[in-house]
Design a protein around this ligand. Structure first.
Ligand code: PLP
Length: 395
């Protein structure tokens, strides 16, 4: 077994599936025409693009015309919010949550500057929403509810069906950022009362730089990228055909692999989580363990710093992630864990492990061998060794 790279950071991005790469390759040097061209060299490729749209629609159980291809999940989220707000300028209030990905959350200050009122709902200690609070937040002027499907840091899923039903009942639109859900759990748009749903290819084994937005038929929305008439005039810009073909193939694979996510990936995640909790004292899972995507665990390990932990894991060729300050490239500790009321000391030692179908049991065994030793070493040099010491220090 080669442990050169144990990749447990699949919520950050995933490996491109070999089948996806193979499907894409002809579209660089042979089938490189513009699918919007009049000539058959380019124009005939429109068929391949529509095939990809069908593959995505098949994964999400919607009509292919309801899928607009974009460059990423962030673009899809911006398109959803700003496209809707532009289409309904008289409705000046939206409702979202405190734990959204920056692709939604960081639009809030911008929207407020534009005069949109934004209610950000709180979550409880397990990362769950209070649906009564959600109902109460909706006003006559409310245009939209935007709540993520699955949280990127904890994996916690929101009750999308119930939220959608509330939205329908109150006559407001519902957008969900499903970037961390699509490809991990079934997403059935025939069944779910969702108007707009964002997804991103690189979270389910397509390359980075391609994603999409589901727009339910009949939903009035303005384009976010204004340009040509591509994507039925909903998104300007020459279509990124190689990547769109890759996204289609990845969607097809994801559909067949959903069962593996539910069985194999879940079993490995559960083994990893149980093993860590059994071997490392003063460690706890952040977030609701029941309502969660099957590939993610977020474990708070007291008395250590996440940055130091990640570096030590990296020396053992294990790639993971933390909600701690500097390692995530921001100055602030995770806004998600803070919104959940996780104590700062635990946020700093939080470790996100996110798996994929490419992980093996041998890799999990290796992590379970290495991680407790690293934590023990870091705790040796930690100024704190008990909760009492932390409390006495006021941390
Ligand atoms: N939304 C969520 C929940 C995410 O996890 C991410 C990426 O991490 C995004 C949106 C942004 O997706 P992209 O990287 O494709 O812009």
């Amino acid at each position: 077994m080669d442990f050169a790279n144990v990749y447990l950071d699949n919520n950050a991005t995933t490996k491109v599936a070999p089948e996806v790469l193979e499907a894409m390759l002809p579209y660089f040097c042979q089938k490189y025409g513009n699918p919007s061209s009049m000539h058959s060299f380019g124009g005939s490729l429109a068929r391949d693009m529509e095939r990809a749209r069908e593959q995505v629609a098949d994964l999400l159980n919607c009509d292919p015309v309801e899928i607009v291809f974009t460059s990423c999940g962030s673009e899809s989220d911006n398109f959803a919010l700003r496209g809707l707000i532009d289409a309904f300028p008289e409705r000046r209030h939206i409702v979202t949550t405190a734990v959204e990905h920056p692709a939604v959350k960081n639009q809030v200050p911008y929207l407020r500057k534009k005069g949109i009122r934004v209610t950000e709902l709180k979550v409880d200690r397990r990362g769950n929403l209070d649906l009564e609070e959600l109902k109460a937040a909706i006003e006559a002027e409310t245009l939209l509810i935007s709540c993520m499907f699955a949280n990127n840091e904890t994996g916690v899923t929101f009750p999308v069906r119930e939220i959608g039903e509330i939205a329908r009942e109150k006559g407001v639109f519902f957008h969900t950022d499903a970037v961390q859900a699509v490809g991990k759990i079934p997403v059935d748009l025939h069944d779910l009362p969702v108007d707009l749903l964002a997804f991103s290819g690189h979270k389910f084994h397509a390359p980075k730089g391609v994603g999409g937005l589901f727009i339910r038929r009949g939903t009035k929305i303005r384009p976010f990228i204004i340009g040509g008439h591509q994507e039925r005039s909903r998104r300007g810009g020459t279509e990124n055909l190689p990547y769109i073909v890759g996204l289609g193939r990845a969607a097809e694979l994801a559909k067949t692999n959903l069962i593996l996510e539910e069985t194999q990936v879940r079993a490995l995640r559960d083994k990893l989580e149980a093993g860590v909790l059994a071997r490392i004292p003063d460690a706890e899972v952040n977030g609701d363990r029941e309502h969660r995507v099957p590939n993610t665990t977020n474990i708070g390990i007291y008395y250590i710093e996440g940055e130091a932990l990640l570096l030590a894991l990296d020396r053992h060729h294990i790639a993971a992630s933390t909600g701690s300050a500097c390692a995530s490239g921001s100055l602030q500790p995770s806004h998600v864990l803070r919104a959940m009321g996780v104590p700062l000391t635990c946020v700093h030692g939080s470790l996100r492990l996110s798996l994929s179908v490419y992980n093996s049991e041998a890799e999990i065994d290796y992590v379970l061998e290495v991680l407790p030793k690293i934590v023990a070493e870091l705790r040796e040099i930690s100024p704190f060794h008990t909760m009492e010491e932390i409390r006495a220090f006021g941390a």
